[in-house]
Design a protein around this ligand. Structure first.
Ligand SMILES: [Zn+2]
Length: 283
């Protein structure tokens, strides 16, 4: 994408999916939504640690936040905005888009955008679907997001994956339904698409490989390399959910004790900005 006159857009966009450790999709088979209020929240403290980390490393980010979290910690929402970051929507309670009807999805995103805007006083332009769940099964999703007033979505992770992804979907930002879809970062390596975006891959890989993938993504994509992580990933002391499926536990708990240090080095390696800035959507 070309930069607008006089404004340089960041090539690396940082994003945080603000949800707690017990709200992740991988644990949904053992933790029902109705039980969420029985957990003591760690997301507020962990997100505040992210804010301090970003200040210390001169990074700006986009925080895709659950409406459920915003209602329980409104001061956190105001903090995110006051410290110069972009506040965006991650839906109300982490229900995947493909598990909702069109009308249910419209109600979800409309309600969440209103909650976030009422608390923060800031316009909420961006949306990210739980579990990157916008795809072929939800052809109406971007129409609904535009109808709710969103300007962009970062809800696709275009790789082959057992839970999400479409290895044929566009890798660079593209226009759809009068808005932008900005996929998280992927690169093509030896004829395969590989994630450069974060998640379990990032925690598993050595720092040098992660940096090389991000560098390649930023140069190859026609738009920013979008990286994401969750506040619970820098919380190695979180309570363990022993009843969860083994594969989910291996992915969730992998290298949590090393994540903050690796993240700090990754923040130092590049100049990180907000997604709305990187897409030229910030006035
Ligand atoms: Zn999420």
């Amino acid at each position: 994408m070309s930069a607008a006159a006089g404004i340089s857009r960041p090539s690396f966009a940082l994003s945080v999916d603000v949800e707690d450790y017990f709200q992740v999709w991988a644990f949904s088979s053992v933790v029902s939504r109705s039980s969420w209020d029985g957990f003591s929240l760690r997301v507020g403290d962990n997100t505040r640690r992210c804010l301090d980390l970003f200040d210390n490393h001169n990074a700006k980010a986009t925080f895709f936040t659950l409406g459920w979290v915003a209602e329980r910690d409104p001061d956190l929402i105001r903090d995110i905005v006051a410290r110069g970051h972009e506040l965006a929507s991650h839906g109300f309670d982490h229900t995947k888009v493909n598990e909702q009807t069109r009308d249910e999805f419209l109600a979800d995103v409309t309600k969440t955008k209103a909650i976030l805007e009422d608390i923060s006083g800031a316009e909420v332009k961006g949306y990210r679907a739980a579990g990157f769940s916008i795809g072929k099964a939800t052809p109406w999703a971007h129409d609904v997001l535009a109808e709710a007033g969103h300007c962009y979505s970062s809800s696709t992770h275009p790789i082959a994956h057992d839970h999400y992804g479409d290895a044929k979907a566009p890798q660079s930002p593209y226009e759809i339904a009068g808005m932008l879809e900005a996929p998280v970062a992927t690169v093509n390596l030896f004829g395969k698409r590989v994630s450069a975006a974060g998640g379990g891959w990032f925690r598993a890989a050595p720092l040098a490989l992660s940096k090389a993938l991000l560098t390649k993504a930023a140069s190859a994509l026609d738009g920013p390399a979008i990286f994401y992580f969750h506040p619970w990933e820098i919380d190695p002391d979180q309570p363990r959910l022993n009843r969860a499926p083994l594969k989910s536990k291996i992915r969730h708990y992998l290298n949590l004790n090393r994540m903050e240090a690796k993240l700090a080095k990754t923040l130092d390696a590049f100049s990180w900005g907000r997604i709305d800035e990187a897409l030229g959507l910030r006035q």
